[in-house]
Design a protein around this ligand. Structure first.
Ligand code: ADP
Ligand code: MG
Length: 583
């Protein structure tokens, strides 16, 4: 049902083409069913069973023939007109809808299997619509007109054909439910395989480094059995079903032929009637056979599309804005955590009743062992996850009451491991502010000390960076991300180990630009090298989700707590890999 609902909701702009296809199909049916009638007239006139002018019948025949050709052309035109546009519309619908899903949804899904599902909808939806209006409706019309014609020869013919079609219909309907279920399971297994392939290709580096081809092969084989099982189960089910229906159809055809011969011998059937009935039967049997095979594809495609559309109705809580959400008014940039509780789905609580205020314009450093909750702290401010309880408030506004776009427009974030689009460097940096000029992009790249390496590339700012930016080094990617943040120039700035992959020389050069960027902004800096935090107004020390220390560098040093311990462990202010006490 949801497939039908989706089609009805999205067919709007293409209605006229669909109506066009429908009309064409009606005319084709009329043509196909009237031709046997003309053949009957020909034969009856030729055999002398009836009086009439053969050329009048010929003229009708010619008219029908020309109509058929023009109507087919019209139908093809409409199909071409709507298919591509409708497909684009479907893909766009998916992309818009998925944007509303929480970030966690994407962390739990293989992007390959998402792509496979979108591809299913993209490929099959236009055909589904075509199949519903074309062959199915064609068949219904064909049956109705044929029944009328048969009744004109002998009511018994119409009755027996009606009964037989009804039987065929009932068998098909009864088998449909199981058929659909099998096809849905098949689509699900298929998307797992595509998902695995995409995950494998995306992690090719690891697969090669660990020489893990055989291991991956093993994972692949594990998926093979359920896939083949369900494919065969579905395939055989349909083989038997259509074998059975084929047998029924043949019996029916033979029965009819026998009845005709009988009628002819009794003298109640004219030669023309004989031809008419045979042609109608031939028409119907032919169509039925085509239809049953089409039905099989139809159900398979329907199953695949259904799985894809299920994605749009996933039970996972969507993360859409409140209906009355306003734009965040970020005048100063004061951030407050008010009794915040948070845990990732199915894990231990990380923050429990955390309350803390970061004043407007304050520069705050976050330090602590890896896994202590620093990234989570800033991701909560960005509302990549919703707090479990309590609230995060920016300039007096609960961030759940404002639109997510406006929230994130006011925050420039340089993530721990920035990933880039497979687009040019120019476009990647311009992601920071879509309307910036080439000069502004280059200016930002210079401040981020990315300009040096970009200028040495053969294609400079036009170089493509590979999927997720794999053709750049980690440090180069970080500099692109810094350039983006410089362009964005938002009132709140967050650096999550933004310079961790840079050599110390480049890092100290960039620190200057970053320091300039931090002016008049509320800034949160998560840092690996403690020396980069010396100028912060305040440092928060995280340990297992708790903020154990809070103060300036010198205050914290005098406390002789975790901060002092971390500081001492550093060689020249560099925190050695937090190896020992992973939280
Ligand atoms: N998406 C996630 N789902 C479940 N647990 C997560 C997720 N992200 C992080 N965690 C867990 O939350 C804890 C804090 O992680 P994080 O905030 O990244 O720490 P830090 O940035 O201080 O190293 C870790 O134990 C980590 O495993
Ligand atoms: Mg982190």
């Amino acid at each position: 049902m949801r497939v039908l609902k989706f089609i009805i909701a999205n067919i709007g702009p293409y209605k006229k083409y669909v109506v066009g296809i429908f009309l064409a199909m009606c005319l084709i049916t009329v043509d196909n069913t009237l031709k046997p009638l003309l053949v009957k007239l020909f034969i009856d006139i030729v055999s002398g069973a009836e009086q009439g002018n053969l050329w009048v019948v010929f003229t009708f025949y010619a008219l029908l023939q020309f109509m058929l050709v023009s109507v087919w052309t019209m139908s093809d035109y409409c199909i071409t007109k709507y298919t591509a546009k409708f497909r684009l519309n479907v893909a766009e619908h998916f992309m818009t809808k998925l944007y509303e899903y929480p970030y966690s949804f994407f962390q739990n899904q293989l992007s390959g299997s998402l792509t496979s599902k979108i591809n299913d909808a993209f490929q099959h939806l236009p055909h589904l619509i075509f199949t519903i209006i074309n062959p199915f409706m064609y068949f219904i019309l064909l049956i109705l007109i044929s029944l009328g014609l048969l009744a004109s020869v002998a009511p018994i013919f119409a009755l027996s054909m009606g009964a037989w079609v009804f039987l065929f219909f009932v068998i098909t309907m009864v088998s449909m439910k199981k058929s659909m279920r099998l096809n849905k399971e098949y689509a699900e297994e298929k998307s797992k395989i595509i998902g695995l392939a995409a995950d494998y290709l995306g992690n090719m580096m690891s697969v090669k480094l660990f020489a893990a081809r055989t291991f991956e092969q093993g994972r692949f084989s594990k998926l093979q059995k359920p896939f083949v099982d369900i494919a065969e189960k579905g395939g055989f089910y349909h083989t038997w079903l259509y074998g059975f229906l084929g047998m029924l159809t043949s019996l029916y055809a033979l029965f009819f032929l026998a009845a005709l011969i009988f009628g002819y011998q009794k003298g109640v059937v004219t030669p023309g009637d004989f031809a008419l009935v045979i042609m109608i039967n031939f028409n119907i049997i032919n169509t039925l056979f085509q239809l049953s095979h089409m039905l099989r594809d139809f159900i398979a495609n329907w199953g695949a599309v259904d799985q894809a559309i299920a994605l749009l109705e996933t039970s996972e809580i969507t993360h859409s804005d409140k209906t009355n959400a306003t734009a965040l008014n970020c005048r100063q940039g004061k951030i407050a955590f008010d009794q915040v509780k948070f845990h990732y789905k199915g894990t231990e609580p990380l923050f429990e009743n955390k309350s803390i205020e970061i004043n407007a314009g304050q520069k705050v450093g976050l330090v602590g062992y890896s896994g202590g909750g620093k990234s989570t702290f800033v991701n909560l401010i960005l509302r990549l996850y919703d707090v479990t309880d309590g609230a995060i408030v920016i300039d007096g506004q609960d961030i759940r009451d404002v639109t997510q776009d406006s929230l994130r427009e006011n925050i420039a974030m340089i993530p721990q491991d920035p990933s880039l689009f497979h687009r040019s460097l120019m476009e990647n940096i311009r992601y920071g502010r879509a309307d910036s000029t080439d000069e502004e992009v280059i200016e930002a790249a210079k401040k981020a000390h990315a300009h040096e390496f970009i200028s040495t590339l053969p294609q400079g700012y036009d170089s493509l960076v590979g999927e997720r930016g794999v053709k750049l080094s980690g440090g180069q990617r970080q500099r692109i991300a810094i350039a983006r943040a410089i362009l964005k120039n938002a009132p709140i700035l967050i650096l999550d180990e933004a310079t961790s992959q840079l050599d110390s020389v480049t890092e100290s050069l960039i620190q200057e630009s970053l320091w300039e960027l931090m002016q008049n902004k509320t800034t949160i800096v998560i840092a690996h090298r403690l020396s980069t935090l010396l100028h912060m107004d305040r440092i928060l020390v995280f340990d297992k989700g708790k903020i154990n220390e809070d103060g300036t560098h010198s205050e914290l040093l005098s406390k002789a707590g975790l901060y002092k311990h971390l500081w001492d462990a550093q060689v020249g202010g560099f925190l050695g890999d937090e190896k020992t006490e992973e939280a």
